[in-house]
Design a protein around this ligand. Structure first.
Ligand code: MN
Length: 437
């Protein structure tokens, strides 16, 4: 899936002018979402972004413009969720990508037909892209794991299994929402070190986690094990994931079975899924420090070492209620890169299925908080505030250790590489409301 082909050609131009020079959704990207016209009661259906327009995939399906695998995929993309499309697998999805790329190119004989079914992106609203059957969250940034470990276990921040096993836990899909999600501050049981008994109340240490979300494409049967060489074939694509976290609830509840109510009150994803194939130009080497153990054989392949990582720039911004009231621009909190991940997406998929666990189209794997080595690359407030010990100042004079009611967190992700067209993931925005009484 790392193979470059004509759909990645930097010189491709579309007859849809807004796509040319667009750093988010040029013709080389073609990400998928579930859409309808804003405020309408139309059926949800698939959409593909091109510049500042969106292709209505249900309208495209009814035109019968494509044939073979491409038309099979268009029909699946017309459904109310993308699960069927995802489950068709890499080969059929590649046929759709090629057909769309050709139809959208300058000089295409299909221009008229396609142009008639474009909807301005400004007129679109989004739904979750698919039914997420299962949500697994990993912990793949060694910088985040070390920083968080130091706060919870100062004498041994990184547990001995970290460099051998991709650490993860099973999350909950019912609380995952799409960008625009507004949620109430969670209430929970907490106990400070100097208190003798726990108390119940609104979370005092509400945090975000900057993550990538990996959507499973073609699924497996129980007992099947996905090999590292096939793993990319089972990844439909990638989105941005804000995995909201209640740090005070987490600190009290996480031992011995891991995260529970600190993690399942809200998680927000970007509406657009950038496909595995679109990410091909931005693949990069996966390597480890020579002091670290090499991954076990089932997590190793020449391709994974050569192309397993993804070079995706990640930005986190905050917009407080005060900023919103004064129409001030959101302020950046950090910038990191998915490249820092200690495990690749292929290794996560391979490890997840290594016991025969059944994987289904639309399952979501969170990467874990993507922090880099420096403080400016911290993917959570827990790290920015050093465990709530230091408040940090915003440009408008406000300070934060953790999130306040009314705060919005905005996450963006983008790929840029010499010789390739820049592409983006759009953004995910979500806002904290006061706890429900
Ligand atoms: Mn997480």
């Amino acid at each position: 899936m790392h193979t470059l082909n004509e759909t990645h050609d930097i010189n491709l131009k579309s007859w849809e002018n807004s796509a040319n020079g667009c750093v988010q959704f040029p013709i080389q990207n073609l990400p998928f979402a579930i859409i309808r016209r804003k405020g309408s009661d139309e059926d949800w259906r698939g959409g593909v972004a091109i510049g500042n327009k969106v292709i209505d995939m249900a309208a495209l399906a009814s035109k019968n413009l494509f044939s073979g695998d491409a038309q099979t995929a268009v029909s699946a993309a017309a459904e109310t969720s993308l699960n069927t499309l995802m489950g068709l697998g890499a080969k059929i999805n590649a046929a759709l990508r090629l057909a769309l790329s050709k139809a959208l190119r300058e000089g295409s004989v299909q221009e008229q037909e396609l142009a008639s079914i474009l909807i301005p992106a400004a007129d679109i609203e989004f739904h979750l892209p698919c039914q997420i059957g299962d949500f697994t969250d990993f912990y793949t940034s060694i910088f985040h794991a070390t920083a968080v470990g130091k706060l919870f276990r100062p004498d041994g921040p990184l547990l001995p299994n970290y460099k051998w096993v991709p650490i993860g836990y099973h999350g909950r899909s019912s609380s995952i929402g799409v960008s625009g999600q507004v949620f109430h501050r969670p209430v929970g049981q907490t106990k400070k070190p100097d208190e003798s008994v726990p108390t119940v109340g609104p979370c005092q240490r509400l945090d975000y986690e900057m993550e990538m979300g990996i959507f499973i494409g073609e699924g497996t049967q129980m007992g099947d094990r996905i090999s590292i060489s096939n793993a990319e074939q089972h990844i439909f694509g990638v989105c941005i994931l804000n995995d909201w976290s209640a740090r005070d609830i987490q600190a009290w509840e996480y031992q011995p079975l891991g995260p529970f109510l600190a993690k399942n009150f809200a998680s927000t994803i970007s509406p657009w899924i950038v496909t595995t194939e679109a990410l091909a130009p931005y693949r990069s080497k996966f390597s480890r420090s020579s002091d670290d153990p090499a991954p076990l054989e089932y997590l190793t392949s020449a391709d994974n070492s050569q192309y397993g990582s993804l070079d995706i720039e990640l930005d986190v911004l905050i917009e407080t209620q005060a900023m919103r009231e004064k129409s001030e621009a959101a302020q950046r909190l950090s910038r990191s890169n998915f490249n820092y991940s200690y495990w690749t997406p292929a290794q996560l998929v391979t490890h997840h299925s290594s016991n025969g666990c059944k994987m289904r189209a639309g399952d979501l794997l969170g990467s874990g908080t993507q922090s880099g080595p420096s403080q400016e690359e911290a993917g959570s407030m827990l790290e920015l505030s050093e465990g709530g010990k230091k408040s940090f100042s915003l440009a408008n004079g406000e300070t934060r250790k953790f999130l306040h009611d009314g705060d919005s967190i905005i996450m963006r992700a983008a790929c840029r590489k010499e010789g390739a067209a820049p592409i983006g993931f759009g953004e995910v925005v979500s806002t904290v409301m006061p706890a429900k009484g």
